[in-house]
Design a protein around this ligand. Structure first.
Ligand code: NDP
Length: 242
């Protein structure tokens, strides 16, 4: 069973929402953590024991790799990578800025490859490790105005399942967590006011949705399964969400 002795936890997008809740949850259980996101102050402010915070844009493959490799060289093995950083610039295809499509695929999908490829060599040589990617219920179902976002999250499921098969006998586990609506700042990346208003209505109907802590505790549960158990996928939504 994975425990703090097995190695550290790397969390992307640890400055707010689900990533921040994961950082707090794992630190409280005695894990060493490497926290990555662009807003360094928000991670440092958490003031968690045994955590190292580094300002990293997950779309920068070289920076992600160097930061992870430097951490491993100085602090020892990484047992768990949580690919959580994400943006959700919802929009209508006929009017959305194409720059948002590039950003959403780079941040939500390509970053999974950047960070996974950085931790995999050491995990493969140890024959142990876990990679959890935070996808979305929109990576399993499609919704209006979610075209690029949903595409990026379907890609996360596909890439994680492909890696799981590729490394099935290696001892490394691959899991996807697909949340429904969670009460975080994610909606701040939407610039279309009418989409924000209708999303907010759904959120209000669901009493705000899940908490970030609900998702963090699911990720703790996935990681702390016996090494022989791989939870491949978990869809977690507020009970009344369609
Ligand atoms: P938040 O907006 O609260 O957090 C997003 C995090 O991602 C922030 O820490 C942000 O940090 C980080 N991030 C964004 N872009 C980058 C980047 N280029 N480089 C590094 N870090 C980045 O939203 P959530 O906590 O809700 O989102 C976390 C994940 O959960 C996302 O992948 C999202 O798609 C997924 N999700 C969320 C749902 C919800 O309803 N909230 C539902 C389903 C899935 P910073 O700005 O400091 O870089």
């Amino acid at each position: 069973m994975s425990s703090p002795d097995a190695g550290a936890v790397v969390i992307t997008g640890a400055s707010s929402g689900i990533g921040k809740a994961c950082a707090i949850a794992f630190a409280a259980r005695g894990y060493h953590t490497l926290l990555l996101s662009r807003r360094l102050d928000d991670m440092v402010e958490l003031d968690l024991a045994n955590s190292k915070c580094v300002a990293v844009d997950v779309t920068d493959a070289n920076l992600v790799r160097q930061t992870i490799q430097r951490y491993e060289a100085n602090h020892g093995p990484i047992a768990l990578l949580i690919n959580n950083a994400g943006i959700m610039p919802l929009g209508k295809v006929h009017s959305q800025d194409p720059a948002e499509w590039a950003a959403v695929f780079e941040t939500n999908a390509l970053s999974v490859l950047h960070a996974s490829s950085a931790v995999l060599p050491a995990m493969l040589s140890r024959g142990a490790g876990t990679i959890v990617s935070v996808s979305s219920i929109a990576g399993r179902n499609v919704y209006a105005n979610h075209t690029a976002y949903s595409g990026s999250k379907f890609a996360v499921h596909a890439m994680m399942e492909s890696m799981r098969r590729e490394y099935a006998t290696s001892g490394v586990r691959f899991s996807v967590v697909a949340p429904g609506i969670v009460d975080t700042n994610l909606l701040s990346s939407v610039s279309d006011a009418s989409i924000v208003a209708s999303y907010q209505q759904t959120k209000d109907r669901l009493h705000g949705g899940l908490t970030a802590e609900n998702i963090a505790s699911a990720i703790v549960m996935i990681h702390e399964q016996p090494d022989s158990v791989c939870i491949r996928e978990l869809v977690i939504a507020p009970t009344p969400q369609e």
